[in-house]
Design a protein around this ligand. Structure first.
Ligand code: B1M
Length: 228
């Protein structure tokens, strides 16, 4: 029974089904419980919320990531799946805190100054949460000064910066420079991402890593964490 419900949660994330009203990517699933109902049911049955995160949501998003890389899934599909994970995490968050599941680390995320594009950054936040990280989302159009202040206050392990415009990429460099000026550069690992950025650009501006997409961002964070 326990395994059944985790498997159902996993399959429903893969199908991007938030609740019983959703059809699912393959269609014809209206009326069957979706991720929200299944997660609540699992909790009501006394299931360990960590199991739901690790074996249900995280495993599902690995499969979704594989489908995205294989071009079986496109951005709207990935977004629908990622949103079900976000909704599941909202239900699970208070239970996880109680169950003593410690986050793997704290990641602060922001779309940089002058840039309003936040869809990709929001996906990265959701996938990082699904992978077990505590995520502080500062939003979009966040200035270097605001970022420095929040890093100083909250001491995240990682700072993730997103930019979608060639004109705002330079704000990433400014932000890293401001962190250094504030004496905080060696206190936080900085990873960057967003369509106009690249691994070469990350190296050029002194970032610690570059994530091509949300799953790659998790991989880079995990790698940096292992390196210590
Ligand atoms: Co604008 N926009 N936009 N836009 N917009 C682009 C980016 C553009 C490529 C369209 C085009 O001309 N073909 C172009 C940029 C050109 C350039 O600089 N090279 C552009 C432009 C020019 C503009 C305006 C200047 C238009 C204008 O007003 N004249 C203006 C700028 C506003 C501003 O930011 N100051 C503008 C405005 C907007 C909207 C507000 C209308 C809207 C944004 C809504 C929002 O985000 N809330 C919008 C949108 C939606 C787009 C497109 C159509 C889609 C972007 C998107 O959400 N993609 C885009 C064209 C396109 O990409 N086809 C375009 C989906 C998203 C899931 O992907 O964000 O790449 P992405 O995120 C990915 C990866 O990049 C990566 O993971 C994500 C998930 O896989 N990733 C990270 C992202 N951040 C990461 C961080 C990481 C790691 C990975 O680690 C920290």
């Amino acid at each position: 029974m326990t395994d059944d419900i985790v498997e159902q949660i996993k399959q429903n994330v893969i199908q991007g089904r938030m609740d019983e009203e959703d059809e699912g990517f393959e269609g014809g699933m209206v009326g069957q419980p979706g991720v929200k109902e299944l997660v609540q049911q699992a909790l009501d049955e006394g299931m360990d919320p960590r199991l739901i995160v690790i074996e249900g949501l995280t495993e599902a998003m690995k499969i979704v990531g594989g489908k995205f890389e294989a071009k079986d899934y496109f951005i709207p599909d990935m977004l629908a799946s990622a949103e079900t994970v976000g909704a599941a995490m909202d239900i699970l968050a208070p239970h996880l805190a109680r169950s003593g599941m410690t986050p793997k680390g704290k990641v602060m995320m922001a779309t940089v100054k002058g840039d309003l594009h936040d869809i990709g950054k929001n996906i990265v936040c959701i996938i990082l949460k699904g992978a077990g990280y505590e995520v502080k989302d500062l939003g979009a159009d966040v200035t270097p000064e605001q970022i420095v202040a929040r890093v100083r206050e909250e001491r995240p392990d990682f700072l993730g910066l997103s930019a979608l415009l060639t004109t705002t990429m330079r704000a990433m460099k400014e932000t890293i420079h401001s962190l250094a000026e504030a004496g905080l550069r060696d206190k936080v690992k900085v990873i960057i991402g967003g369509a106009p950025t690249s691994a070469e650009f990350a190296t050029e501006i002194g970032a610690d890593g570059y994530g091509e997409d949300a799953f790659d961002a998790v991989r880079v964070v995990e790698q940096l964490q292992q390196k210590g």
